[in-house]
Design a protein around this ligand. Structure first.
Ligand code: SF4
Ligand code: SF4
Length: 305
């Protein structure tokens, strides 16, 4: 039986309150699991898999063995190179429940639309006073399109401004189904060059570019560009994205998001190597120069989001 809209379930891995990024005013950000891309610089690698995922912080572990005793899959051992044998782990969460110092934490839990709205309601006054609202992020929120649509509808019924950060990687049908309930789309564009895009995100950019145009015909859109050294933090790449933004409907603003290493620690907690290695952050002079490229095209440019 199809769930009624408030009973619709999705997998959420975080809810962050009091954000001043990712849309106007003060916002609560709901992070949904699952992403079809695997960008090398991703700062939320725990979001990529649709299912909940286990994170292990070695420095917090007291070696009490409780997790090893409860894991029916035999997935945990101090003899394993990264403690958890992820080929055996079924994400049941039993180990995290018995880990008293929270060295093991499950990222991602099933929530209904109703449960998320109850969380969002806590800051309803703040949304009203700051002209803020709620933002869906991820991962890619369109991976869980039924949940995203019902959640957005519920928020709009409350009178809250809705925003969504999206890669644009989804079918035309999904975009047309969900975007009418988004007041502002934050459309991430990484590269116009198909080969560069594929090499650094794992997917082709054709559908993404088509959807970027499509989204801008449905709702107000802002283009966001993660500026990544060795990928797109150069004049030709940024100019190409800026020119594409001008082809979109009613887009007058581009956000440049300079590369940072905030997510590096998470790769360690997931037992994965950091794909960006020792890539240095961008000098301010480079960021300013690229801002000038965007502005030179007649677009407003904001550093950060
Ligand atoms: S239950 Fe937690 S503290 Fe104990 S061994 Fe496992 S990870 Fe370490
Ligand atoms: S989540 Fe479940 S299967 Fe995975 S390591 Fe923990 S107890 Fe074992």
């Amino acid at each position: 039986m199809t769930p009624t809209r408030y009973e619709q379930e999705g997998t959420v891995f975080d809810i962050q309150r009091y954000s001043v990024h990712d849309g106007p005013g003060i916002r609560t950000i709901v992070f949904l699991k699952g992403c079809p891309l695997s960008c090398r610089w991703c700062s939320n690698p725990e979001s990529q898999r649709p299912q909940p995922i286990l994170m292990y912080q070695k420095s917090a572990c007291t070696q009490c063995n409780r997790c090893i005793e409860v894991c029916k899959q035999g997935a945990i051992s101090f003899a394993n190179p990264t403690f958890i044998d992820r080929s055996r782990c079924i994400s049941c969460g039993a180990c995290a429940e018995v880990c008293l110092p929270n060295a093991l934490v499950m990222k991602g839990r099933r929530m209904t639309v109703w449960q998320v709205v109850q969380e969002l309601q806590k800051d309803a006054t703040t949304y009203r006073r700051s002209n803020g609202g709620i933002t869906l992020s991820g991962g890619e929120p369109l991976v869980q399109s039924d949940f995203a649509r019902e959640l957005l509808k519920a928020c709009k019924e409350k009178g809250w401004h809705t925003a969504m950060e999206t890669t644009g990687h989804a079918s035309k049908e999904v975009v047309e189904d969900v975007m009418p309930f988004v007041d502002q789309a934050l459309v991430d564009l990484k590269s116009i060059d198909p080969a560069v895009h594929k090499e650094n995100t794992g997917v082709d950019n054709r559908q993404i570019l088509e959807n970027a145009i499509r989204i801008s015909t449905i709702t107000k859109a802002v283009v966001r560009v993660p500026l990544v050294p060795g990928v797109n933090a150069n004049r030709p790449a940024v100019e190409a994205i800026g020119r594409f933004a001008k082809l979109m409907h009613n887009v007058d603003t581009v956000h440049l998001l300079p590369y940072h290493t905030y997510g590096e620690n998470k790769y360690d907690l997931l037992g994965r190597p950091y794909p960006m290695g020792n890539t240095p952050t961008l000098p301010k002079t480079t960021v300013d120069e690229l801002k000038g490229v965007v502005e030179g095209l007649g677009l407003r440019c904001i550093i950060g989001g």
